[in-house]
Design a protein around this ligand. Structure first.
Ligand code: FAD
Length: 551
């Protein structure tokens, strides 16, 4: 794994050197940190640090991967690094890979190498904020210039918060008003770099090649199926071009109208993992979408359009950045305090696709095997775990998503779990996704279920969403006996959802009381009145003014 010396630059150029620290932003296009490092430097060190905390196998985890990331995301990251290395080589450089605690490795490199400029993309995640501060403190004492531009997002969340008097906007419309058009949107982004100065002397540092999964200690056959989405900038740009080539589709894109059960050709772009790792620049994506809009007669608008989706991303980044303890219920001012159950058995059934509800279990299998599911599919399983059926804490579900999604993103994941559990942003807890009728609307034959849960592949379509209702003769013919080959439902949806609504009502009333908005008497009334509402998946009640369920 150690790099042969011949591949390193033996004729060391002298003069000013720059270090580009890659973490996300794994791309050449629209990469201001790389561009700045390349400008006026005699040599550039493109560095990626393998953080054992993130990459090392955890033998005790419930599925292959490290403690923090499932094997699919690690695989996707390695592919992205490999692609970055190839693209850097085309420009006369290469990726330097080192292993260790990132701030220690960085500081060691800064001491060892002749670096005048340290360049890395600004990151709002708490993990990186702490890490970056350590590295920046060292650099400033050592007299090294630090350049840390905002290029992961369209806006700098701090600017939006400042415009709003120091507080993050808590709804999408007020976010849009504050944000306006991004300042860079009308000028061309730097998409092509023609060359990068060569790599300088690496001293005693043990430079590695981008490792394989095996070299990191993983046994590939432990994972029964890998995600079909390949990591890297090249694939991101190919996928982007493919999506944009259908201008009508882009112009008419309207979420939530897509089909969550479409898995052969998903209903949305599947660009999220590329945006997560910065293989695709969100700013470039935004500009390309605006170009399409210029050339069509009509197009959809935020919140439902594709630009609107990118702005949801910005919205959650802004609120997350401006909210202390955003990823927790306790100490989080925008989060309702709800007495969620601690039930490890129910949590494990959900996580391991054993709830007995095929629609829910198929989605959870897709999560484990692919690390990506459609937005509405995520809605269904998040609602089921929390306020819909199992009443398990949203933080537990968040943890499972955080580990297994290939697009796992701190701000967006936490923001959506807060939304789906009716802990913040969205408050109509009476509106619950039915685990049996919602999926059926899109996929009456249950093809999605048959694909991800092959044990049910021969179940007649009448029973595929509720196989426990199939007569024993039908189960026998389908070679799937419920309770033996596939589990019985862990809860009855009718009674569990009723109970969840009651608990939510009480919790909401208590939250109001804590704010001093409801009297003791009102609280009693609220607690005893069980207000019914229809499930998602059935016809909406036109008399009731509804808050939008879908973000
Ligand atoms: P498209 O519909 O093609 O949208 C384009 C891009 O817009 C996406 O790639 C994404 O960057 C952004 N976007 C779309 N929807 C949202 C949204 N609701 N909130 C914020 N940004 C959005 N998305 C993540 O990227 N990472 C996560 O960890 C994540 N966790 C989620 C957890 C839950 C419980 C739920 C309900 C949703 C979560 N999402 C997350 C949001 C959303 O489901 C995905 O971004 C989307 O499904 C990705 O598919 P796509 O790229 O085809 O999206």
């Amino acid at each position: 794994m150690k790099l042969p010396l011949s591949l390193l630059n033996s004729t060391m150029p002298s003069g000013s050197g720059s270090l580009v620290w890659f973490r996300k932003g794994l791309r050449i296009h629209d990469n201001p940190a790389l561009e700045y490092a390349s400008r006026g430097s005699n040599y550039v060190y493109p560095l990626f640090v393998i953080d054992p905390h993130y990459m090392e196998p955890d033998p005790n985890a419930f599925s292959p991967g490290s403690t923090r990331a499932g094997i699919n995301r690690i695989h996707f990251l390695l592919e992205s690094l490999h692609d970055l290395d190839l693209n850097l080589k085309k420009l006369g450089s290469r990726l330097l890979v080192l292993k260790g605690e990132p701030s220690q490795v960085l500081i060691h490199c800064l001491k060892e190498w002749d670096v005048k400029k340290l360049c890395f993309e600004y990151d709002t995640d708490p993990y990186y904020q702490a890490l970056d501060n350590r590295v920046k403190n060292y650099a400033s004492t050592a007299g090294i210039e630090v350049f840390s531009p905002v290029s992961h997002t369209l806006f700098n969340p701090a600017d939006i918060i400042e415009k709003n008097g120091g507080r993050p906007p808590l709804n999408y419309q007020s976010f849009l008003k504050l944000a306006g058009e991004p300042p860079w949107a009308s000028s061309p982004l730097s998409v092509d770099l023609s060359s990068i100065p060569p790599v300088g002397d690496v001293g005693s540092c043990e430079i590695l090649q981008v490792p394989t999964l095996k070299e990191l200690g993983y046994v590939e056959k432990d994972q029964d199926e890998f995600t079909p989405f390949r990591g890297g900038e090249s694939e991101a740009l190919r996928r982007l071009r493919e999506s944009l080539s259908d201008k009508e589709w882009v112009a008419n894109f309207e979420k939530p109208k897509g089909d969550p059960s479409a898995y052969v050709k998903p209903a949305t772009t599947v660009l999220s993992p590329y945006l997560k790792f910065g293989c695709l620049s969100s700013r470039y994506f935004y500009q390309c979408l605006k170009d399409v809009y210029k050339n069509v007669k009509r197009h959809t608008s935020p919140p439902v359009s594709l630009v609107g989706q990118l702005l949801w991303r910005e919205f959650f980044y802004t609120v997350a950045f401006g909210t202390p303890n955003f990823d927790k219920m306790k100490g989080n001012k925008i989060c309702k305090q709800i007495p969620w159950n601690v039930d490890d058995k129910l949590l494990a059934a959900w996580r391991e696709a054993r709830t007995g509800y095929p629609w829910i279990d198929a989605i959870m299998v897709q999560l484990r095997k692919w690390g990506w599911m459609h937005h509405l599919a995520r809605h269904c399983v998040a609602c089921f775990l929390t306020r819909g059926d199992l009443f398990v804490h949203w933080e537990k579900g968040r943890d499972v998503f955080e580990r297994l999604l290939i697009d796992s993103d701190w701000a967006i994941n936490n923001g959506n779990w807060l939304w789906l559990s009716c802990s913040s942003f969205f408050y109509q807890y009476n509106r619950i996704y039915s685990p049996t009728s919602f999926g059926r609307k899109y996929d009456p034959n249950g093809n999605y279920i048959r694909h991800f849960l092959p044990v049910l592949k021969d179940m007649p379509k009448e029973y595929i969403y509720e196989p426990w209702t199939a007569p024993l003769s039908v189960q026998t013919k389908a070679k799937c006996i419920i309770g033996r080959d596939y589990p019985k439902p862990v809860v009855s949806h009718d009674s569990a959802s009723k109970e969840c609504r009651r608990k939510m009502r009480e919790a909401y009333a208590l939250n109001q009381k804590l704010k001093g908005l409801v009297s003791e008497e009102d609280l009693k009334k609220l607690g005893s009145k069980l207000d019914e509402d229809e499930d998602e998946g059935q016809e909406p009640n036109p008399r009731r003014k509804r808050q939008k369920l879908i973000n």
